[in-house]
Design a binder for this molecule. Structure first.
Ligand SMILES: O=C(O)[C@H](O)[C@@H](O)[C@H](O)[C@H](O)COP(=O)(O)O
Length: 271
């Protein structure tokens, strides 16, 4: 029986597993996911060095970082062996409160004994003249680590994230990849510029869809009744990535949906 409940005829299934976990509230979701992230890092550290995690912006995406900071597990992690990246970022000045980086630093990163060089923010407007330039720089940084520049002998051509955290919008967007938006179809690179984002601010940098899917584990962390329609579509069989990006994005090994009851809606299949 797959973790998504589908029964198999006994044939071994080596495809990625999908699991859905529903928590009673957004705060319970944030607390549990913060602890789950630290455990996932500890698990990965038992077999791999370094460990790479991509963070997300958004309400729950930041709140889970705050809760991670508050658990004793944070002290068990060897942060010298963890690299933190971003799935997307708003292309605004570094001090702008809209920056995912700034929110993540305040919530968790600035409280950790993590080397500065292990934290990899996407460009702010001080760092690049355009979002395109910032995206190219991020793709180059990812490639440098993927090529073993981080000392990982025999690393593959691109860096493999152990965990990619994603929020989801009511339109089923993930990172800054919005339905029907040109950036959603970007291929051959790991980072892309986004303009005219339907969610302000308009200019962003995002990992590409294929970069998100390079991850061993993709976690979609979603709370709120306003997301329940997109959740139902995504988990109900939608297959068109242009219409419902969240339905298609998957980790190589695990795709985990972490919901609160409001986002899970009344669908008994999700509880
Ligand atoms: O930079 C961003 O805006 C996020 O990465 C974005 O993908 C976010 O995670 C979702 O829009 C959910 O955001 P909320 O949890 O605030 O609804």
């Amino acid at each position: 029986m797959d973790t998504d409940g589908s029964a198999h005829n006994g044939a071994a299934s080596h495809g990625p597993a999908r699991a859905v976990v529903v928590h009673p509230s957004a705060d319970a979701l944030a607390e549990a996911t913060g602890a789950r992230l630290l455990l996932a890092i500890l698990d990965a550290q038992s077999v791999r060095h370094p460990v790479h995690v991509a963070l997300t912006g958004g309400t729950v995406g930041i709140r889970l970082l705050e809760r991670a900071r508050q658990t004793p597990l944070a002290d068990a992690v060897d942060w010298t062996g963890v690299h933190l990246w971003w799935g997307d970022e708003r292309f605004v000045p570094r001090a702008d409160p809209e920056r995912n980086e700034g929110q993540a630093r305040a919530a968790l990163i600035d409280h950790l004994p993590i080397p500065a060089q292990n934290v990899h923010p996407m460009a702010a407007t001080e760092d690049a003249a355009t979002a395109e330039e910032g995206a190219a720089a991020y793709a180059a940084e990812l490639a440098a680590f993927g090529s073993g520049a981080d000392g990982t002998a025999g690393a593959g051509p691109t860096l493999v994230f152990d965990v990619v955290l994603l929020g989801m919008g009511p339109d089923a967007h993930v990172a800054s990849l919005f339905p029907g938006h040109p950036a959603l179809g970007a291929t051959g690179t790991t980072a892309v510029a986004v303009h005219d984002s339907p969610k302000p601010p308009p200019d962003r940098i995002s990992l590409t869809f294929e970069a998100l899917e390079s991850a061993r584990q993709v976690w979609l962390v979603v709370a709120g009744a306003e997301k329940s329609g997109a959740v139902r579509r995504a988990l109900g069989g939608a297959t068109d990535v242009q219409e419902t990006p969240a339905a298609v994005v998957a980790g190589r090994d695990v795709t985990l949906w972490l919901l609160d009851t409001a986002a899970a809606g009344a669908d008994p299949g999700l509880v």
